[in-house]
Design a protein around this ligand. Structure first.
Ligand code: PGA
Length: 254
């Protein structure tokens, strides 16, 4: 059984006061949902500046804390970077790695993603590894090969045991922040293809890996997406910035 994960990526949003209020509302909303939130894992990924405040709000509750990025070295002269031990210290158990915005705007390559994945596991934390093709790649019919390359390079040197500790997120770049969600059928097709590639590389543990879909997930499309057999959750951007819409996504009804 793959326990569904609903993760909110706050990106570069929220002051401290706003972050506290949103985290508190999500925590309370999850605690109230006797109807369903118990069988699913809820994760919040605020910006670095709000991690400590959000950790305080979430303490003792069921909602987990993730960072949006991390450096692979434990410490050193890396101005502007934040290390995994620092993130663990502030209460993060998870880190988003290789988000397409970091690949696109910060030059993150599959080799960098791989270093971060291995370092995150070594630190005893869980990476949420993002992959996905651009519109041009899809239109050229290269979507499956692009994702296969990202998997092969991004997960290089991972053991089958390591694979069981990661979460994958398939996020087609053309669907992120555009309001243009992949149809449940397109998303399912890609998730099945990803799982098949994992099985080729790692064997039967591929069946246990959770693969989230991301890209304009909203309250009105989450149910249909979650009905697909290989979609195990959602990585939510825009719709996670308000408690009400995020909680509706958390309470999806497949
Ligand atoms: P979106 O972002 O939901 O705003 O499309 C998703 C993401 O980037 O993880």
């Amino acid at each position: 059984m793959r326990r569904p994960v609903i993760a909110g990526n706050w990106k570069m949003h929220k002051t401290l006061a706003e972050a506290r209020a949103l985290a508190r509302a999500v925590r309370n909303g999850c605690a109230e949902s006797a109807d369903g939130a118990a069988d699913r894992e809820v994760v919040l990924a605020p910006p670095f500046t709000a991690l400590a405040a959000v950790a305080g709000e979430l303490e003792g509750g069921a909602v987990s804390l993730a960072a949006q990025n991390a450096h692979w070295e434990d410490k050193g002269a890396f101005t502007g970077e934040v290390s995994l031990p620092m993130l663990k210290d502030v209460g993060c158990g998870m880190v988003i790695v290789g988000h397409s915005e970091r690949r696109q705007y910060c030059g993150e390559t599959d080799a960098v993603v791989n270093r971060k994945v291995l370092a995150t596991l070594k630190a005893g934390m869980q990476p949420i590894v993002c992959i996905g093709e651009t519109l041009a790649e899809r239109e050229a019919g290269r979507h499956e090969s692009v994702v296969a390359e990202q998997l092969a390079a991004g997960l290089a040197n991972l053991t089958p045991g390591g694979l069981l500790r990661i979460i994958l997120a398939y996020e087609p770049v053309w669907a992120i922040g555009t309001g243009r969600t992949a149809s449940p059928e397109i998303a399912q097709e890609m998730h099945a293809c990803i799982r098949k590639r994992l099985a080729e590389g790692f064997g039967t543990s591929a069946g246990e890996v959770r693969i989230l879909y991301g890209g304009s997930v909203k309250p009105d499309n989450v149910d249909a997406l979650m009905r697909q057999p290989d979609i195990d959750g959602a990585l939510v951007g825009g719709a996670c910035l308000e408690a009400e819409s995020f909680l509706r996504i958390v309470r999806f009804q497949p």
